[in-house]
Design a protein around this ligand. Structure first.
Ligand SMILES: *Cc1c(COP(=O)(O)O)cnc(C)c1O
Length: 209
């Protein structure tokens, strides 16, 4: 159901360690969490070859505890946050692997950059001086709706942002290649629009209580 070139992140937020292990035992290695404390507790108890992806809004005061344990922070939604991530990764001799989260939904509440804001950041001297992170692409969430055409429009918008940034700033950067979009309700549309990474919870683990 998901083509081989698309990476599946199993979103395990609110699910127990047993439920995660069950998925692990069928071969899943990539899991997504949206709360720092919950990710850290699970990471401690579960097999070390799990690749943890952070997908929730990240407060700057929690970056230090998260950075050593996470394979990718998909939800970098401000320059301020990226600066803290870079600095904390530098402190512990790491390179923090990140995606820039964009606001593409018509709903108010979702976090993320606007495109002009991201471009301003990428063109700044301050950004060029950051050395301990690696931007690998973009992430976004579409509006939660049955209106497939709206969802498609939003994914297309994120894909346009990706292409714009790739051509303007990351043309020679092979690892800037990820377009993380698509959840349980909309992953087919996301894949049709070029997603390279889908984040799926409910279909894998059942509805969250
Ligand atoms: C919860 C969550 C998902 C997965 O949602 P499902 O509808 O359960 O597949 C994907 N991405 C983010 C950012 C989430 O918070």
């Amino acid at each position: 159901m998901i083509p081989g070139h698309v990476k599946l992140i199993a979103v395990s937020k609110t699910k127990s360690e047993d439920e995660i292990l069950e998925a692990y035992n069928t071969g899943h290695r990539f899991f997504g969490e949206n709360r720092v404390q919950e990710l850290l507790e699970k990471q401690k108890k579960l097999p070390p070859d799990i690749e943890w992806h952070f997908i929730g809004h990240l407060q700057t005061n929690k970056v230090r505890s998260l950075v050593p344990y996470v394979a990718m922070i998909q939800s970098v939604d401000s320059f301020r946050l990226l600066k803290v991530i870079d600095s904390e990764a530098g402190r512990c001799g790491r390179t923090a692997v990140c995606l820039l989260q964009f606001h593409i939904a018509s709903e108010e509440s979702k976090f993320g950059f606007a495109i002009d804001e991201a471009m301003q950041m990428l063109e700044s001297e301050e950004f060029r001086n950051l050395k301990s992170h690696r931007l690998c692409g973009v992430m976004g969430m579409a509006t939660f709706t049955d209106d497939t055409e709206l969802v498609r429009k939003e994914f297309r918008c994120l894909s346009d942002y990706f292409n714009l940034l790739k051509n303007k700033y990351f043309r020679d950067i092979p690892w800037f290649c990820e377009l993380s979009m698509g959840m349980s309700g909309d992953y087919n549309t996301a894949i049709e629009e070029g997603s390279t990474m889908v984040r799926i919870g409910s279909i894998i683990f059942g509805e969250r209580r």
